[in-house]
Design a protein around this ligand. Structure first.
Ligand code: SF4
Length: 290
């Protein structure tokens, strides 16, 4: 059995920097609380816990010390709330997410109605919208939701995407809005890292030698799930968090196993999974890379 990794996979620059910032903070003998997962990967969260940086789900759970804002960012008001409470802030928000906050503010000041295509429960989307007047924006995921909006109320619209989405899937939603409001503009907010990982997943799926694909990532990671959806279009594909989730029957046919990983998956998890896949193939005791 051989393993073929996607040309691009795993940690993006934003997550790598967030991970490093928190580890450096902990290495300095500090402890604190992360609002939400620093990145959507349970292994990384466990690692942080062991370093003394705990994950909390709500602001009110942090009464003192340092609060860590994750790579997904937070609503601007959270910075003021933290300061008002006397908390120190370790901000690991990805610069690309900050750019989208800025672009949305500019669009709003220019009179555009904002549309965020994404998951309303995702921290990144909450970060963009929490502080806005609800009359100024919509969060949409489906064409049905877009159809239900009275677009005649808006002279201009600006569309933003949650950075980790697969934009192709939401093309009908964007087109519908454009058909109702001619002065609609799209912001190019799908992250380059997400695009590269997605393009590489398409390539892996199209590779005629690849018989199945293992997609590694946290179960709450949106970008990992999108990679899995892409891979499934081409080959039998399995979404796992780590080596323990592998099943030998997936590899019974042998051949080349494709491997990719979401933007919040550390390299060491990818390597563990590859070793475990090879170990599950009795005919292939020595790891081989196609
Ligand atoms: S996926 Fe992109 S936007 Fe999200 S943290 Fe990584 S680099 Fe930043």
């Amino acid at each position: 059995m051989k393993i073929r990794r996607a040309a691009k996979y795993g940690f993006c620059a934003g997550v790598r920097i967030a991970d490093q910032k928190v580890k450096k903070f902990a290495a300095g003998g500090n402890s604190g609380n992360i609002l939400g997962q620093v990145v959507h990967n349970e292994r990384v969260v466990d690692e942080m816990e062991q370093l003394g940086v705990h994950t909390v789900q709500g602001f009110d759970e942090v009464e003192q010390g340092t609060i860590v804002f994750s790579a997904h960012g937070v609503p601007p008001s959270f910075h003021q709330r933290a300061r008002a409470r006397g908390l120190r802030i370790l901000d690991t928000t990805c610069p690309f997410v900050y750019d989208i906050h800025d672009e949305a503010s500019v669009a709003l000041s220019e009179g555009a109605h904002l549309v965020f295509i994404g998951d309303p429960k995702h921290r990144e989307v909450i970060g963009y919208t929490h502080d806005l007047d609800p009359a100024d924006y919509h969060i949409l995921m489906t064409e049905a939701e877009a159809r239900a909006v009275d677009w005649t109320r808006y002279g201009r619209v600006k569309i933003f995407y949650q950075t980790t989405l697969n934009a192709d899937e939401f093309e009908p939603v964007a087109r519908l809005i454009e058909s109702r409001v001619p002065a609609t503009r799209r912001a190019d907010t799908i992250c380059y890292a997400t695009k590269q990982n997605q393009e590489a997943a398409h390539e892996l799926g199209r590779d005629p030698e690849v018989t199945c694909i293992v997609v590694i990532g946290g179960k709450r990671s949106a970008n990992t799930r999108h990679l899995w959806e892409i891979c499934q279009r081409y080959k039998p594909s399995y979404l796992i968090q780590g080596a323990d989730d592998l099943r030998s029957e997936w590899f019974a046919g042998g051949g080349v196993v494709g491997v990719t990983a979401g933007a919040s998956t550390p390299d060491y998890v990818v390597e563990e999974v590859e070793r475990a896949i090879v170990a599950l193939a009795p005919s292939s005791p020595v790891p081989a890379r196609a």
